[in-house]
Design a protein around this ligand. Structure first.
Ligand code: ATP
Ligand code: MG
Ligand code: MG
Ligand code: MG
Length: 467
């Protein structure tokens, strides 16, 4: 039976409600009172204080579908079948309430009964020393021991410095040989796209002092995370995240606007997927109050938009077009995220302005890069050139690095940052001379100030600190 992304989200949340969880809406992408994180990257991130006990949660069982941004995955986007910089994470959380028995049983019930996933396609990983989890999965839940995999600390132990930590257990879906790398030793946890990690259950049971000493906590927590698009991908039997129903509609719109069909050329398909992802992440970031700038979250936003624009160029599109696609992103997400509809005109305008600005200089910048690649016999770009690309042509350093790394050319990033710093000092002095002392607080520019109006005074303070 076919299930759309919106249906799957609802199915999960109402299933967890039937198990006593309180359904909360997604938290915004900008973390609140948390300087350790630029953007929310998991369902548990905005609930840290419920876990530490600093704030009492509204109920000891909570379920959410959380908007997430993961920029560290940026280079895998469009390449693997399963990574986006934007995705939604479904989760159920226990704050000192239920533990392993219930978390595992419900996960299995949801997959095999509620969604009727074929049991022979499912694999479960556990932390190598977690015999308790092994026994529960095999004896209570009834998972076949041949579908159990023990993994090391790297993969299956959740830990962040000191504080609460613990082993985790993941459920993988086997998409079959033809989706994998084909190597004889392809296995659960392989980097390829055969075994897709769909759900991660974290059993937060220890308190770590950060020096290797672990004590069992009296009140244990559960934190789970499941990528909604990944779930939809395996349920709908499509090749990758970008072919999931609602996401595919976005990619189709891009195809139509740039005049390139999906599925005809591998390289062009990558660009189509990258643009689809980046327009999703940027639309949601702007809706939550991020403004393009050269620092912090604003830099992340700018880098994603400019990277998408460059992929548009690779598809032969020279006119701004991302702002048009935005419309479809909003339409496809309107029911779950009404804030997008509310801010529609604003989001579209902002993307259009940013796109038009970059469009003025992107060709000159690309020409400069082409000349460097073709005419000079270099294996490293000077900091001066990287600076010029940034300052004159608006190329974020990461974009320059990425384009050149495709040709095996490195960038003198250290020198680039030196030059950036010098420039900052120069402009600070200039501002001072012009009597603009009021604005002389480090790295805040006018962009950041307009962001302030949007996200409120407290977030502005926080942003200033992050930078
Ligand atoms: P992977 O190993 O595939 O990169 P992960 O172990 O980094 O995933 P977790 O941190 O465990 O992922 O996040 C919980 C769940 O969120 C994952 O099991 C997956 O379903 C989903 N997820 C994680 N990263 C992404 C991403 N970049 N795009 C889409 N879904 C993701
Ligand atoms: Mg990952
Ligand atoms: Mg993983
Ligand atoms: Mg994981």
């Amino acid at each position: 039976q076919y299930m759309g992304l919106n249906e799957l989200r609802e199915k999960f949340l109402s299933f967890m409600e039937s198990k006593g969880h309180l359904r909360l809406p997604s938290f915004p992408l900008i973390p609140k009172d948390d300087n350790s994180l630029l953007l929310i990257n998991s369902g548990m991130a905005p609930m840290k204080k419920y876990f530490t006990g600093e704030i009492t949660p509204p109920r000891s069982r909570v379920t959410t579908c959380q908007k997430c941004i993961r920029t560290p995955d940026i280079e895998r986007v469009g390449i693997t079948a399963r990574h986006g910089t934007y995705f939604e994470m479904l989760g159920n959380f226990s704050f000192g309430d239920y533990f392993k028995h219930e978390a595992t049983a419900w996960a299995w019930e949801f997959f095999t009964k509620e969604l009727e996933m074929p049991v022979d396609k499912l694999y479960v990983s556990i932390y190598q020393d977690d015999d308790e989890a092994y026994d529960i999965w095999t004896k209570e839940v009834g998972v076949d021991p041949s579908h159990m995999v023990r993994m090391g600390k790297e993969d299956n132990f959740w830990e962040h410095g000191s504080g609460p930590c613990g082993p985790c257990s993941e459920i993988y879906f086997d998409r079959g040989d033809e989706k994998g790398c084909g190597k004889p030793d392809c296995h659960v946890g392989c980097e390829c796209d055969r075994f897709v990690e769909v759900w991660n259950l974290v059993f937060s049971q220890f308190e770590s002092d950060g020096k290797g000493n672990y004590t069992e906590m009296a009140k244990k927590n559960i934190d789970t995370g499941m990528g909604l698009e990944r779930l939809a991908c395996v349920m709908q039997g499509v090749d990758n995240l970008f072919l999931v129903d609602t996401v595919q509609n976005i990619m189709k719109h891009i195809s139509q606007v740039v005049g390139v069909n999906y599925g005809e050329d591998d390289k062009k398909d990558i660009s189509l997927r990258v643009i689809t992802d980046h327009i999703r992440s940027t639309t949601f970031m702007i809706a939550d109050g991020v403004m393009p700038s050269n620092e912090g979250r604003g830099y992340v936003l700018r880098r994603l938009l400019r990277r998408a624009a460059r992929h548009g160029r690779l598809l032969g599109r020279t006119e701004p077009f991302l702002y048009q696609i935005c419309d479809t992103v909003i339409k496809e997400n309107a029911s779950a995220y009404p804030e997008l509809v509310e801010k529609k005109d604003y989001i579209i305008k902002l993307i259009q302005v940013e796109e038009e600005n970059f469009a003025k200089t992107i060709d000159a910048g690309l020409a400069m890069l082409r000349e460097i690649i073709e005419n000079k016999d270099v294996d490293i770009l000077t900091g001066e050139d990287a600076f010029k690309l940034n300052d004159t042509f608006g190329f974020p350093i990461d974009l320059t690095r990425e384009i050149l790394s495709e040709r095996g050319i490195k960038v003198d990033v250290e020198r680039f940052h030196e030059l950036m710093l010098l420039q900052k000092q120069r402009s600070r002095k200039a501002r001072k001379n012009a009597g603009a002392d009021a604005w002389d607080s480090d790295s805040i520019d006018f962009n950041d100030l307009s962001a302030t109006e949007f996200v409120g005074y407290t977030d502005y303070q926080c942003e200033a600190k992050v930078v």
